[in-house]
Write a protein that binds this ligand. Structure first.
Ligand SMILES: *Cc1c(COP(=O)(O)O)cnc(C)c1O
Length: 384
């Protein structure tokens, strides 16, 4: 027998409470029982998104939510700014292109942070710009972009700010309303501790106005239909919702509510800090810049002379721990340690221990136990 651990930044482990809630026999969605669950889920999601507006749910992965923002708020030929510094920012660029928007792409090297002033310059130069797209926690690189500063810039402009916080929500601070964010989205298999398959999106009043003039085609992902159904006296969804996932979500949100959002974020920040200290103590270099590190995932450079793909393979096959490798041109060069969602201290300790054994086997020279020790010290300093 080998116990398996999922330590990727999506999908993430699902707590037993959530699995059990999802295992219940299917109930019909046009019932008071389901509407009651949906109403509670919407209330809890507003808390997690820190917004007064409704949070819509769609049966889709996170990319469905990204696509829905393009289709619902824009028209063919609209000028938009896409600031990208990793794989998911590039996805926004591809999506805006697929829908015939005229994108002004601001591209940064993977691992660099988006510079808010660069967006400011573009907006100041062109009053026609209708939207700004940016990723909050760039999962491909572990970089956390300064969304608050970007919100401060975009709020005085007609453009709507679309934020992919798919691995930000539930891991790092995000205040949708206070930060003037117009569209915020997440996916179920990340910080929400659910299986894949559910996308959540909220829009501001400013985005709702953009929705009124959008002429791009949409049907299943129509925000108007979703909001209309959600605003009924008995809230519902336009089409059959993924009933089990919504019920699982209600259990996951209950756990998050009980822990308290601030504590959820503090826990992630501590887990990230212990991971970073552990990796550094093993002689590894962290990939993301010190000023902009996400608490969702910690990428590190694979040491010189070591095959990064072998690291991921040995971790999985010998120790039962699935971590993520690098994406695109970073494949084999970095590995990514996910600690997003249902994670606690001993997940980190165990993951670091397996990494120590793996790197030792591959010939990396350091003192066995040094990473675990450094992580333990972070946890002991912060133990309540
Ligand atoms: C996971 C993720 C997505 C969505 O990916 P899906 O595979 O469609 O769920 C988008 N953006 C970021 C930053 C992500 O981490």
């Amino acid at each position: 027998m080998r116990k398996r651990y999922l330590m990727t930044p999506g999908p993430t482990p699902v707590p037993a409470e959530v699995l059990l809630a999802q295992a219940r026999p299917i109930i019909h969605h046009r019932t008071a029982e389901f509407s009651g669950i949906l109403e509670q889920v919407t209330t809890d999601l507003k808390y997690i998104f820190q917004t007064r507006n409704e949070v819509m749910t769609f049966a889709a992965s996170g990319t469905g939510a990204m696509e829905s923002a393009v289709a619902n708020l824009f028209s063919r030929g609209d000028k938009v700014v896409v600031a990208s510094n990793g794989k998911f920012g590039e996805r926004f660029a591809e999506l805006t292109q697929a829908y015939g928007l005229e994108a002004i792409n601001i591209k940064y090297d993977w691992g660099k942070m988006v510079v808010p002033q660069d967006i400011e310059v573009k907006l100041a130069a062109d009053s026609e710009i209708k939207g700004v797209f940016v990723v909050h926690s760039e999962t491909s690189t572990g970089v956390l972009n300064d969304i608050k500063a970007i919100g401060e810039i975009v709020k005085d402009h007609q453009a709507v700010l679309v934020v992919d916080s798919i691995t930000g929500i539930g891991a790092v601070e995000l205040k949708m309303d206070d930060w003037h964010l117009d569209v915020v989205m997440t996916g179920s298999q990340k910080g929400l501790m659910l299986p894949p398959g559910l996308a959540c999106v909220a829009i501001s009043d400013k985005a709702a106005r953009a929705m009124e003039t959008s002429t791009l085609p949409k049907y299943y992902f129509s925000y108007k239909s979703a909001l209309k159904a959600l605003r009924k006296a008995v809230p519902t969804t336009p089409f059959t919702p993924p009933v089990s996932l919504i019920i699982g979500l209600s259990a996951a949100l209950k756990m998050m509510r009980e822990e308290g959002l601030e504590n959820v974020i503090k826990r992630h920040s501590l887990l990230a800090e212990a991971t970073r200290k552990g990796l550094e103590a093993m002689g590894l270099w962290l990939f993301a810049p010190e000023k902009g590190r996400s608490s969702a995932v910690t990428p590190a450079w694979v040491p010189d002379g070591i095959d990064g793909k072998a690291v991921v393979k040995i971790m999985k096959e010998k120790y039962g721990i699935t971590i993520a490798g690098g994406q695109s041109h970073l494949a084999g060069k970095i590995f990514r340690f996910g600690h997003l969602g249902y994670f606690d201290r001993f997940d980190i300790i165990g993951g670091l221990a397996a990494l120590e054994m793996t790197l030792t086997e591959l010939g990396h020279k350091f003192e066995l136990g040094s990473g675990v020790k450094a992580a333990e010290q972070v946890f002991m300093e912060n133990a309540k």
